[in-house]
Ligand binder design. Sequence first.
Ligand SMILES: Nc1nc2c(c(=O)[nH]1)N[C@H]1C(S)=C(S)[C@@H](COP(=O)(O)OP(=O)(O)OC[C@H]3O[C@@H](n4cnc5c(N)ncnc54)[C@H](O)[C@@H]3O)O[C@H]1N2
Ligand code: MOO
Length: 443
Amino acid sequence: MTDRPEFEQRDADWLGVHEALERILGRHAPLPAVAVPLGEALGRTLAEAAIARARLPPWDNSAMDGYAVRSADLAGASETAPVELEVIGVARAGASELPEVGPGQACRIMTGAPLPPGADGVTRVEYTDGESGREGWVRIHSEGDAGRNVRPGGQDMERGDAVAPAGVRIDSGWTALLAAAGVDPVPVHRAPEVLIVTGGDELRSLDAFHDVVEGRAIPDTNAPMLAAAVRAAGGRPRVTGPARDDAADLRRHLAQARDADLVVTVGGASMGEADLLKRTFEEDGLEVDFWRVRMRPGSPMAFGHLPRPGGGPPLPLLSLPGNPASAFVTFQLFGHPLVRHLSGDPRPHRPVIAARAGERLGSTPRLCHFHRVVIDPAAPHDPLPTVRLAGHAGSGLVHSLGPAAGLAVVPEGIAAIEQGERVEVVLLRDTPGAHAPAFADAR
Ligand SMILES: Nc1nc2c(c(=O)[nH]1)N[C@H]1C(S)=C(S)[C@@H](COP(=O)(O)OP(=O)(O)OC[C@H]3O[C@@H](n4cnc5c(N)ncnc54)[C@H](O)[C@@H]3O)O[C@H]1N2
Ligand code: MOO
């Protein structure tokens, strides 16, 4: 056995899931900042606080279409005793020249227009006759808007205000703030480049699916799955296509990692004779951080660092098990947060919700189990949504991966979570699917 490479001889570490995650995230800092146009910043993480370049709104302005007036002139105005004011001009949003409103006067004004000097409120047009009476005069039949409907200048932001902290993931809401503050281009963390290397003589990419149809091969499911998962996490995937089971071909694939921030390999993580991946890595100087985690599926995963082709800082390498469900679960639990962390996200993990087990969720002693589950709406009077298995637990099968909205966790040392008991669920989708919103319209 002494001639076998170190990685193969290496005793399994059997780390706990939490420790494995800490080891993976602890070795790397977020990638440096780059400037991207605001229109391309969706999903990226802000690398520094965004500072407002202007005061907003720039001026005191009207919240209503109506008449800018002096409150004192409205005293006692009513349906039976309207006040009549002289209309001296119009203030439009964007108007530069504004008339001064004196006693007994009003200025027609549009929503967003600057409040003319002299006025201290805007009476909405519904409280007036809209100048339908005496030419050049408006009748106001309510004092209800006296001193109201003025939005003060600077209410939204002052120049120099920090409008968004570093670390937020830019979505449509943050895009609104950044656009308002004039932050374009936006400083965001560089998106990680992730090289995905699958391997095995039995694998075919989709362009050779005829071999699968003819029963000679199986589809390379993991490459497109991982490419999608990397993209969903905010990374840039590059798929090499399946490597053949020979060292030279594998090295040809790995050579493409020159500019990568992370390499994800799939398969060859376990004990098989053809597990050439480990041997090749070992010969090429892989420094193994750990191999095997106390989890199911996915226990034979490994994490380490490869010397970078062409020199430079070592390349982090996540080696995932080949069974598609194992590759899926391990990427969601370890790869997703690593890509998020490299992208600058201070909270890189998938969120966890509480749910109720809709059926028994079994386990194996000493391993943390992650069951792929669908999430059903909560039953009446139950605050928790219910989870059910998304399909057969076999990790070589793909059919549960589509419907799985979460991973129900049966922690180490627990034989099973029984039907009706509470269970924690790692959310894989934005929507837990618990409830369609009920807005309780009154009529
Ligand atoms: N003696 C032992 N055998 C196995 C153990 C063990 O501890 N001792 N662990 C099992 C577990 S758990 C898993 S998970 C798998 C891990 O397998 P490998 O990572 O070594 O992967 P392969 O042997 O290359 O492939 C396994 C399986 O997955 C298919 N595969 C591989 N790549 C892809 C891909 N890109 N797309 C679709 N399917 C893929 C491959 O054809 C095999 O069927 O090991 C167990 N065995
Ligand atoms: O645990 Mo392996 O990851 O079943 O297939």
